[in-house]
Design a protein around this ligand. Structure first.
Ligand SMILES: Cc1cc2nc3c(=O)[nH]c(=O)nc-3n(C[C@H](O)[C@H](O)[C@H](O)COP(=O)(O)OP(=O)(O)OC[C@H]3O[C@@H](n4cnc5c(N)ncnc54)[C@H](O)[C@@H]3O)c2cc1C
Length: 298
């Protein structure tokens, strides 16, 4: 999501520095947008950046920073003009995670994963050349970033990756030894067809955004449609799989009795957050209603 935004908003020096390494997969980035008091209402963020000569000094806290413990760079939103209307006093920075004053503290999730973190900034001195876009115009760079974050066809691909093994499992012989397959015992086998149909829809929604990008357009409400549909599909698919596999389906990875290495239990728990990450389903629907359908803001 950083690469395309750099192509649109970065200057020549910033593009030369970052794009080749992003394209080669040599660097990992994390996103420092959300704060304890700024999630859906992101523009109310409070992290501060104060200009000091050729540098800015950044102080504040971010939360839910996915992968911050592994990444090399972070793109961060900060407030540079506290007196301006909230969308107009924000600036966007790119920071090397090794900079002095950045601390990362993990947040442990209910399925024992450590996917995201709290990230603290204490007097972090960042060169002014690391600002992406104009001072106080960072909000517009941020919304572009979110369009790219929401656009990915990867969500449908992720559902496909957990759906295919379930199909293969369903075609295996059942335990009763009467020549019937597992699928013949399933009470809700038609749900497999529902997922197949929805996967096709989800893939096409993702491809539509990719097609727009190939024409130099940035999908906005189209990206929100793809994000909302595919993140909700990931939950439906996990729920259907758990129901099909019966009580054993709820066993965690590592259990000897867990079918398919417990991946559906893991996917059931991890997809709970899919409709929150990258903007909640309610936020996506607001965007679709407002920017896509032209309805007034609710
Ligand atoms: C797995 C995961 C990974 C994440 N990774 C990152 C990351 O790497 N970097 C980062 O910066 N952030 C990250 N986030 C944070 C994510 O962007 C926020 O959680 C999200 O924007 C929602 O904000 P919130 O959690 O503060 O919820 P809130 O904004 O407090 O929302 C609470 C509830 O109110 C509803 N709501 C709020 N406003 C409205 C409205 N106007 N209309 C209708 N309903 C509304 C919401 O839909 C939600 O149901 C991640 C979150 C998750 C779950």
């Amino acid at each position: 999501m950083v690469g395309p935004v750099l192509i649109i908003h970065g200057n020549e020096e910033q593009r030369r520095e970052h794009l080749p390494r992003i394209a080669a997969g040599e660097v990992m980035w994390c996103q420092g947008f959300s704060e304890p008091g700024a999630g859906s209402d992101l523009a109310s963020l409070q992290a501060r950046a104060v200009r000091d000569g050729d540098e800015y000094v950044i102080n504040g806290q971010k939360i839910w920073t996915s992968g911050a413990q592994f990444t090399d760079w972070i793109h961060v939103l900060t407030r540079t003009d506290p007196d301006a209307p909230k969308h107009r006093g924000i600036s966007y920075f790119m920071l090397d995670m090794r900079m002095l004053g950045i601390t990362v503290r993990p947040i442990v999730q209910m399925h024992d994963a450590r996917g995201f973190n709290e990230t603290f900034f204490e007097d972090v001195r960042v060169p002014a050349k690391n600002r992406l876009g104009e001072e106080n115009r960072g909000w517009y760079v941020a919304t572009r970033t979110l369009d790219f974050e929401r656009s990915g066809v990867h969500r449908a691909a992720a559902v496909e990756r957990v759906f295919r093994p379930l199909l293969e499992h369903a075609a295996q012989p059942g335990s009763a030894g009467e020549g019937r397959r597992i699928v013949d015992h399933l009470p809700n086998r038609l749900a497999l067809a529902d997922t197949a149909i929805e996967l096709e829809v989800g893939r096409v929604l993702g491809y539509r955004v990719a097609w727009m990008q190939s024409r130099g357009l940035v999908g906005n409400c189209e990206a929100s449609m793809s994000k909302a549909f595919n993140s909700e599909l990931s939950q439906r698919n996990a729920r259907r799989a758990i129901n099909m596999l019966g009580l054993h389906g709820a066993l965690r990875p590592g259990s000897a009795h867990a079918p398919l290495e417990g991946r559906y239990c893991a996917s059931y728990m991890s997809t709970v957050s899919a409709t929150i990450a990258a903007g909640t389903s309610e936020v996506q629907r607001n965007i679709i209603a407002n920017r896509g359908l032209g309805l007034p803001r609710g």
